[in-house]
Design a protein around this ligand. Sequence first.
Ligand code: ATP
Length: 261
Amino acid sequence: MLELDRVGVTLRGRRILDGVSLTVAAGEVVALVGPNGSGKTTTLRCCYRQVPVDGGKIMIDGRELRTLSRRRLSQLLTASVQEPESLPGMTVRESVTAGRVPRLRLHQVLTAVDQRRVAECLTTVGLADLAERDLSRLSGGERQRVSIARALASDPRVLLLDEPTNHLDLRYQLTVLELCRELARSQGLAILMTVHDLQQAANYADRVVIIDDGRVIAEGAAGEALRPEVLDQVFGVRGRLDRGAGGSYRLELDGLAPARP
Ligand SMILES: Nc1ncnc2c1ncn2[C@@H]1O[C@H](COP(=O)(O)OP(=O)(O)OP(=O)(O)O)[C@@H](O)[C@H]1O
């Protein structure tokens, strides 16, 4: 559904991505993990043409990204950004409704189906009770959930989430991650998300892709990709990912890896 093939990006003369390749199939959740500044957000931004690519290609639903019209791209792929655009006085419902626009025809008003879909998205992220609240009066976590509901409202095939658990309390972190898995399974959505918490990435993604300094270092099932050597070399920590009796992963951290010369 989403395929990056040896993608390169240079910004202000600096090589930021250097031959990044990854795929996300329909129905799959892939976590993109890596240290600060490794190129995770830039990878997502390439997929919605926010940064120019100077090498390789990006395919979405079998078509090359650069050949897609802006409207077709917004129907196929949405990104949940941490601070959704808002106008003064805009309510939660209005913001999520704006996410529905790619599905409307020119000058078409919202139909009952659209309004129902917006209401469903609000319920999905637990915001139905706050639907008429002014966006400016929300907490960071509530705003994060608005952003996810807004991305879902266009019924995309590919969903990009940049640190979707940021600002969320523990309960909503797990709610959002479970929701991602459920959306992938039930609606065949292809989800690519950046995550800092490696244990959550291991437990909620089908695969992890590890990026460091603009290059993919390893990818695959969490237990294979997040090996102790990778934790050491990429993240600078000593530790391992253990699998508990119930099958879920636990990240055991022993401390910082010795500094390399
Ligand atoms: N517009 C820009 N111009 C120049 N350099 C940029 C630009 N945007 C990002 N960079 C640089 O590209 C590198 C990768 O940034 P990116 O935001 O993709 O990293 P990240 O892995 O998402 O980091 P974090 O975990 O801190 O969010 C960083 O060194 C950053 O400073």
